[in-house]
Design a protein around this ligand. Structure first.
Ligand SMILES: Cc1cc2nc3c(=O)[nH]c(=O)nc-3n(C[C@H](O)[C@H](O)[C@H](O)COP(=O)(O)OP(=O)(O)OC[C@H]3O[C@@H](n4cnc5c(N)ncnc54)[C@H](O)[C@@H]3O)c2cc1C
Length: 481
């Protein structure tokens, strides 16, 4: 049966792939706890910026004195950053609180739509989709594949299947109450996020000097940068540099806490914050506002079926009477992943910060009312898969969403060696390769060659008071009054 071509449509407003409301802002206090054994870095990274051409030929070049890099967070952003750094000859230490891919990066859909960006995000979509294809080969991924996407509307309990004059659904397992099912985009792809994240991690950790430490990053140690200028004004720029990361380290190596912990300081020149929604903690470390909402959602996995394996298609479903707007992603193994279950919870920063009820990936609980609603909705659309006894697995995770729903990627103004790679909202799996690559360029070269980061700058949420007197290297980033 032929899939009708249509132009790639933007997702409906009922989809979680939409701009989100603004999260409340908070002021940040600067934590500057210096590590005495940290050396000052002469090759510390430069500032956020772009250059006109990409230079893949240099990917294997090894800098003479690699900076000591600590990446906070073992989700897909942290692991992609470590992977691309390793390709530049720079080993990194990943600090992960729970386990690699413990949060959204192990529980997401893995849908990849290279053509769905808006004016600002289009380059991230397109470039990262191409990098995914390359990574699938480089890492010998088993779960990456091209897959068409269908736009689907259920009959909403009206009974029967397709109305008599509608074309039959393009896949046989859509055998329930389906009013419409038509091709939306035939250039989409998918990958299972757990496989990609763990493979990026494995490859990055193969490099000599690379390491994963299981524990909670508690703060970043900073010290003032002394300018060699003669002028007192220039000397007192207020610029600081990263010299270490303070970690409450677990004694067990596997990332499973046995209750024994010790606090250590890891000396470093570069720190990359990639803690998903929990990156909001960096506000207090750097004195730069990092506003973030964690959007907590349920997802389900239905047991494998031969029909799904033989006829793969991603489905974007219209909002239904259960308040679901299902997104359905068949895995290459035949299981069916379902999200878009509706009723997402908007978790504010106070709940993400230490002491908050969702301050760790381990505490993200599942709303059973949404599981029941989504099970019913999918069972209506696909009797043979969804109506066979319910999901085999249910889980929840949070997508990290800044107020403008754009990621936060780049150098932290006023803090030499500090970078952010977080806030990727509902496109964090798709955008991980380009985000990790561009952060590796910032660290290795001091400039971003692969993408223009202007709209994603970490300093964009700074208050006027935070900007006052700030400099980043020789560039003023706020008014000097
Ligand atoms: C239901 C759902 C479906 C999705 N589907 C898709 C999709 O189909 N396609 C797509 O592109 N995107 C999708 N996303 C979005 C994507 O999953 C996220 O944007 C992405 O996983 C975020 O990755 P991350 O590495 O920034 O954060 P996370 O995956 O949240 O990882 C952060 C890590 O940091 C660790 N950490 C936190 N605090 C500390 C600390 N103090 N010290 C040390 N470690 C710490 C955590 O334990 C965690 O492992 C989906 C999201 C959800 C919720």
């Amino acid at each position: 049966m032929s899939l009708l071509p249509s132009s790639p449509a933007r997702v409906s407003s009922a989809s979680p792939r939409r701009p989100l409301r603004r999260a409340p802002r908070r002021g940040g206090a600067v934590a500057a706890r210096a590590a005495s054994d940290a050396r000052a870095s002469s090759d510390a990274p430069g500032r956020d910026g772009t250059s006109s051409s990409s230079d893949d030929a240099r990917d294997d070049a090894k800098p003479r004195t690699p900076p000591r890099v600590v990446i906070l967070g073992g989700g897909i952003q942290g692991c992609a950053t470590a992977y691309y750094l390793s390709k530049r000859g720079i080993p990194s230490t990943i600090v992960e609180r729970v386990s690699v891919a413990a949060a959204a990066s192990g529980k997401a859909g893995g849908f990849l739509a290279g053509g769905w960006g808006d004016r600002v995000t289009e380059p991230l979509h397109a470039k990262s989709a191409a990098l995914h294809e390359a990574l699938a080969e480089e890492l010998a991924l088993e779960t990456y594949r091209k897959i068409p996407t269908l736009s689907v509307a259920g009959g909403d309990g009206g009974g029967g299947s397709n109305s008599s004059n509608a074309a039959p659904p393009p896949v046989s397992w859509l055998d329930g109450d389906v009013r419409r099912a038509e091709l939306m985009d035939d250039t989409t792809a998918q990958v299972t996020p757990m496989e990609l994240t763990t493979r990026l991690h494995e490859e990055a950790m193969k490099m000599e000097g690379a390491e994963t430490i299981y524990g909670e990053a508690e703060s970043v140690a900073l010290e003032p940068v002394e300018n060699d200028s003669d002028s007192d004004d220039a000397k007192d720029s207020g610029e600081r540099r990263v010299v270490g990361v303070v970690v409450k380290k677990q004694s067990s190596a596997a990332g499973v806490s046995d209750g024994e912990e010790e606090t250590i300081t890891l000396p470093c020149d570069v720190c990359v914050v990639a803690m998903g929604p929990w990156s909001t903690r960096a506000s207090a470390w750097f004195g730069v506002d990092v506003p973030m909402t964690g959007v907590k959602s349920v997802s389900l996995e239905f047991p494998a079926s031969d029909a799904v394996k033989a006829e793969p298609a991603a489905l974007f479903c219209a909002e239904d009477r259960n308040g679901c707007h299902l997104e359905v992603y068949p895995r290459s193994t035949g299981e069916v992943y379902v999200c878009g279950c509706g009723g997402s919870e908007y978790v504010d920063e106070a709940r993400l910060m230490p002491g908050g009820d969702l301050d760790s990936a381990e505490k993200v609980w599942t709303d059973e009312t949404r599981v029941r609603a989504a099970s019913d909705s999918f069972g209506q659309l696909s009797r043979s898969v969804g109506g066979r006894g319910g999901p085999a697995r249910t889980q929840s995770c949070m997508r990290p969403c800044p107020p403008d729903a754009r990621p936060i990627i780049g150098a932290v103004p006023g803090v030499r060696g500090a970078y952010m790679n977080c806030g990727h909202n509902c496109w964090g799996i798709l955008w991980a390769p380009i985000s990790g690559k561009v952060v590796s360029e910032l660290v290795a070269d001091g400039k971003a060659a692969s993408a223009d980061l202007t709209h994603f700058a970490p300093g964009r949420f700074m208050t006027a008071a935070q900007k006052r007197g700030r400099k980043m290297r020789d560039v003023n980033v706020g008014e000097q009054w």
